[in-house]
Design a protein around this ligand. Structure first.
Ligand code: HAM
Length: 415
């Protein structure tokens, strides 16, 4: 019997995993630079947390959750997203006030698998809690946008909208329900079912796109505070030079949002209406999950989709340096040289035990190193031979210059 990864899941293996690791790393660094602390929450949580948080009548909760019972009969769910877990953790830790947390990890949705739509997928996300100020919305949008640029998705467009506050929504829902009711025979069965329970969901239904194209939109029915919040948001996007587009029918697939919602859409994904990431403000979520009323805003980006959208740019080399020990007397020197390189941030490796020079060069190529650094007799004069493994060109360098040669000089392959 041969086992295969379950449908809609992927093994992250070299060489593709190099890029994966680099993207995860740059996410951590960028989030840290903006002051976000690292958070990690369980991969499974109580089913009720997601049903409440994301909304009983959302597509994700109704159709896509991996629900199960544990041996004690508890109802649990593999997390379909991470925000609800982070907000739960914030409440459980007794936190109040401002909190900035960033995370990355797998999430699970039972969807029809295709490229960029997986049953297990990776989200990079962050949550900024404790402030209702529009500057927090802008910071979150900007950080996600910066990340897209860093990933090579320089042409991404941020689609933004406001869906208002709950009181604005009550009035608007009534209006939208009646509008949809009048056209119910043109709508899909799913949409008809949602007219009363959750009419906003019909606005982002792909099957009903043509019918709802003329429907009244939330941004035309905002209360004065939400309207001014939205105006400031747009001003801030302009000031920051973020390429955005107002998207009045963007409502997002989850119920916890109010006011700002946004998605990052690379032009190549536009046709399929697929976002590589999205988020919004969720001022009612902490309360809904049993905590105090703490406002929040956040986003999540899909790593699988970012990789699919960024295409096949050449991946970085796996290693910067492979050390080749030509003179076995100098093995321990080679190890201490490897330690020096590694502590300077050079990705470096060497084989164990006594091996022929040929075998070590073969390993250097197999391991996809950028250069081989040969440690032989010339070491006594403070020199090493550095061989570029793509061009085959070799040169002799003072050992002390290897680090700067590799990190910055020609052949420097750091991603
Ligand atoms: P979401 O829009 O449901 O939002 O998911 C965020 C991103 O996760 C999507 O834009 C997409 O890139 C990725 N994604 C979602 N489903 C799949 C899938 N089946 N396969 C591959 N990628 C997928 C959220 O999850 C919210 N928690 C975002 C948020 C954070 N809002 C506030 N804070």
């Amino acid at each position: 019997m041969r086992f295969r990864a379950p449908k809609g899941t992927d093994d992250i293996m070299p060489p593709g995993s190099r890029r994966w690791r680099n993207l995860l790393r740059s996410w951590d660094i960028l989030a840290e630079r903006y002051g976000y602390e690292y958070v990690a929450t369980p991969i499974f949580e109580s089913t009720e947390l997601f049903a409440r948080g994301m909304g009983e009548t959302t597509e994700v909760v109704e159709k896509q959750m991996y629900n199960f019972r544990d041996k004690a009969g508890r109802k649990l769910t593999l997390r379909p997203e991470i925000t609800a877990g982070v907000v739960r953790a914030y409440i459980q830790a007794g936190r109040s006030g401002e909190f900035k947390g960033a995370y990355s990890g797998p999430a699970f949705r039972y969807e029809r698998p295709q490229e960029g739509r997986r049953r297990q997928f990776w989200q990079l996300g962050l949550e900024y809690m404790g402030t209702p100020h529009v500057e927090a919305d802008l910071e979150v949008i900007e950080l996600g946008y910066r990340y897209m640029l860093d990933c090579g998705l320089g042409d991404v467009v941020v689609q933004v909208n406001s869906i208002g506050d709950p009181p604005d929504r009550t009035a608007y829902h009534g209006l939208l329900s009646s509008w949809l009711e009048e056209r119910s025979r043109l709508l899909s069965e799913d949409a008809r079912r949602r007219i009363r329970s959750n009419p906003l969901r019909v606005l982002d239904s792909k099957t009903d796109r043509e019918v709802v194209a003329e429907a009244p939109v939330p941004v035309d029915h905002l209360g004065s505070e939400a309207a001014s919040h939205h105006e400031h948001l747009i001003e801030g996007l302009e000031e920051r030079g973020i390429v955005y587009e107002e998207a009045p029918r963007l409502v997002r697939g989850l119920d916890y949002y109010n006011r700002t919602v946004f998605e990052y859409v690379p032009p190549s994904y536009r046709a399929a209406q697929n976002a590589v990431g999205g988020g919004g403000r969720y001022d009612g979520l902490a309360r809904l999950l049993g905590g105090r009323a703490v406002p929040g805003v956040g986003l999540a980006l899909g790593l699988d989709r970012i990789l699919a959208a960024a295409g096949d740019r050449p991946a970085a080399r796996a290693l910067d340096v492979f050390l080749v020990v030509a003179d076995q007397e100098r093995r321990s020197l080679a190890h201490s040289f490897a330690r020096r390189l590694r502590s300077a941030g050079v990705r470096c490796d060497l084989l164990t035990g006594r091996r022929s020079v040929r075998a070590q060069f073969r390993a250097a190529n197999r391991r996809d190193a950028a250069v081989a650094v040969v440690i032989g007799e010339e070491w006594d004069a403070g020199l090493v031979t550095v061989k570029d493994l793509s061009s085959g060109v070799g040169r002799t360098l003072p050992a002390g210059e290897v680090i700067s040669f590799v990190l910055r000089g020609p052949g420097g392959q750091q991603a």
